[in-house]
Ligand binder design. Structure first.
Ligand code: NAD
Length: 337
């Protein structure tokens, strides 16, 4: 297949580009590079041997998306392009409505004009809000806890509506749990701008010496060691899931909503311990107060993804730590990895 990836130069998009290329698909990257490094397409070419066309434009620019889809007729779009910081979304809701919701509407309009009727969408476990229990199943109630989460839910609903009314032939809403790690080649990975919002990039920056210590937000949660529990998923596994989900919905003309997680909960302290073991680096910790809005524990029941398109995560927390570190160390010019 030929597939256009909006946000294809970003963290999850670039790994999915590599996974698609490895399965023999052609990739077209559509990205405005607002949160991506310029050399990602060249790194992807080194990694995959595939020269992927790059369209530098905004998904809200309907003529630009239509032109791209006419120049490179595709079988489907995988839609990663979005803003993703919860705190920023609360500080500037209209920015998030515009980039994420309007952006998705414009993309869907452009796809309709160009006759492309299949989409895979990057959703998030954030749509479950504070779940009543874990493991979380896809039919658990959805809850909005912040503006970012609302945009994800609205975007999912838009896609489900278009599928239900026959405007889309096939669609997959993929609800990611906590993506971490990097490609083992260390050619692509996550490059957060400023202070990382997520745990793993923060840990790797402490390991390079860029930050003095890790703040652990709360050690009095009702979890085995008191720190928050999440379902970390290696980005390479996540990328593979996109390829399999896409192949499934295209082959069967169906629309699905599925969790993508490992099904295993890992606490902050367990993750730090695994990182220290995998890398030999010590991570100094400071216990800080809980952050408002943080959930104590959540993890996926990923059985539906396995039953539907035969995917399950293969990589464990040590793999995630080792590959995150290899990537971050290579960026920091540290060679003893
Ligand atoms: N990383 C996570 O923890 C996580 C978890 C759940 C869901 N998601 C979702 O997965 C998707 C990808 O996340 P990521 O971590 O790879 O983020 P990212 O910021 O690395 O990738 C997003 C890409 O989209 C591009 N982009 C942003 N706005 C655009 C626009 N208007 N037009 C064109 N390109 C635009 C950026 O330049 C970037 O390359 C997002 O939709 C995000 O909400 C991410």
């Amino acid at each position: 297949m030929r597939v256009m990836l909006t946000g294809g130069a970003g963290y999850i998009g670039s790994h999915t580009a590599a996974a698609l290329a490895a399965r023999g698909h052609q990739v077209v990257i559509f990205d405005n590079f607002a949160n991506a490094e310029r050399d990602v397409p060249a790194r992807l070419e080194r990694l995959t041997g595939q020269k992927m066309p790059v369209i530098e434009a905004d998904i809200r620019d309907v003529p630009a998306v239509v032109a791209a889809l006419r120049e490179y007729p595709v079988d489907a779009v995988i839609h990663f392009a979005a803003l993703k910081a919860v705190g920023e979304s609360e500080a500037d809701p209209l920015l998030y409505y515009d980039m994420n919701i309007i952006g998705t509407i414009r993309l869907l309009q452009a796809m309709q004009q160009a006759g492309v009727a299949r989409i895979v969408f990057s959703s998030s476990a954030t749509v479950y809000g504070q779940p009543d229990s874990s493991p979380i199943l896809e039919d658990f109630p959805t809850r909005v806890e912040n503006i970012y989460g609302r945009t994800k839910l609205v975007m999912e609903d838009l896609i489900r509506d278009l599928a239900r009314t026959g405007k889309l032939a096939a669609a997959a809403n993929l609800r990611y749990f906590n993506p971490v790690g990097a490609h083992p080649s260390a050619l692509i990975g996550e490059t957060p701008r400023g202070v990382p919002n997520n745990l793993m990039p923060y840990v790797t920056q402490v390991a390079t010496g860029a930050r003095p210590h890790l703040n652990v937000f709360g050690n009095d949660y009702a979890t085995p060691d008191g720190t928050g529990v999440r379902d970390y998923i290696h980005v390479v596994d996540l990328a593979e899931a996109h390829a399999l989900a896409l192949e499934h919905i295209v082959a069967n003309n169906v629309s699905i909503t599925v969790n993508l997680g490992t099904g295993e909960g890992t606490s902050v302290l367990q993750l730090v311990q695994a990182f220290e073991t995998a890398t030999g680096r010590k991570i100094p910790l400071v216990i800080a107060p809980r952050r408002p809005g943080d959930v104590s524990s959540y993890y996926a029941n990923p059985a539906l993804a396995e039953a539907t398109f035969g995917w399950r995560a293969k990589l464990n927390v040590e793999d995630m730590c080792r590959d995150s570190w290899r990537w971050q160390a290579s960026r920091a010019g540290i060679n003893d990895v």
